[in-house]
Design a binder for this molecule. Structure first.
Ligand SMILES: C[S@@+](CC[C@H](N)C(=O)[O-])C[C@H]1O[C@@H](n2cnc3c(N)ncnc32)[C@H](O)[C@@H]1O
Length: 263
């Protein structure tokens, strides 16, 4: 595995473009049309967007997810947070240190790598500039965060061919099973509607030997808008997703936690 077309699947019927199930004509038609737009434009593979083609329903997510769709939050995100993180709130030294740790953990054998809940793509863009992966997929639920990613790519001279951008939901990922070599998911689990489902979906999308590097904020930060975890909960979530206990490593630094897992 795997070419991009083999990796990307309909979030409703889980079929890739190579298989068209007879009982799923509508979502496959939407899915097929959307995928033809890649990589030049952002494609929307959230389950509700695909379902809208079928039943015209609208689904809303919790505030911790919806918040990031506000244009002002997306605009401010990368303009305000990196210097605050660099003071020590997010790893020691901020996003550059996190990128180094992640790349070190992933190693060399990287064909298809996904940055899930990529936000403005701080790690996807660094991966693209590193030129070590064949395919980089940046996925987020927020179309406005992905808009910022597109703008940043233009500014940094990263072409659309270097990063495939997908609007998607970690609760119903648009990837075929065993199709990804590595997944990075930074500072995101506390924003998801259901972290257990998210990590389980990532586990299924990873190939055997595939790696997950995920970070999140921890208790005692209070779970008012976001859902913060204990280190023990992170371990349990990874094991419940399918990772073997001795292939799960949880590291903490203050209220910041990192999970490294190998499938
Ligand atoms: C705090 S930001 C982290 C962004 C980036 N990964 C980083 O390291 O800075 C959390 C991101 O999770 C995304 N998110 C929240 N719920 C999601 C979901 N259900 N599926 C995919 N992404 C989601 C948000 O849109 C937001 O961009």
């Amino acid at each position: 595995m795997s070419s991009l077309k083999e990796a990307i699947a309909c979030p409703i019927c889980d079929q890739t473009l190579t298989k068209v199930p007879p009982d799923c004509k509508q979502c496959q038609n939407y899915f097929r049309n959307e995928v033809t737009k890649m990589p030049l434009s952002l494609v929307d593979l959230t389950p509700e967007r695909v379902k809208r083609e079928i039943d015209h329903g609208v689904e809303t997510k919790p505030l911790r997810t919806e918040l990031f769709r506000l244009p002002i939050i997306s605009w401010l995100y990368e303009r305000i947070l990196p210097p605050i993180w660099a003071m020590g709130l997010r790893n020691l030294g901020g996003i550059d240190i996190e990128f180094r740790q992640c790349v070190e953990f992933f190693g060399q054998d990287l064909r298809v790598v996904a940055d899930i809940s990529c936000g403005t793509g701080m790690i996807s863009r660094r991966l693209a500039l590193l030129q070590r992966c064949e395919q980089i997929i940046a996925l987020d639920y927020s179309e406005t965060m992905l808009g910022q990613l597109q703008q940043q790519m233009q500014l940094e001279g990263i072409s659309p061919q270097q990063i495939t951008i997908i609007r998607g939901d970690v609760g119903a990922l648009p990837f075929a099973p065993n199709s990804l070599d590595a997944v990075y998911s930074g500072a995101a689990m506390h924003c998801w509607p259901d972290a257990t489902t998210g990590i389980r979906n990532i586990y299924q999308a990873l190939r055997s030997g595939g790696k997950l590097f995920a970070t999140t904020f921890l208790q005692p930060l209070p779970s008012i808008v976001f859902r913060f975890f204990t280190p023990d909960e992170l371990q349990q979530i990874a094991i419940a997703a399918g990772f073997e206990p001795d292939c799960v490593q949880v590291e903490t630094r203050g209220v910041y936690g990192t999970i490294k897992c190998i499938k």
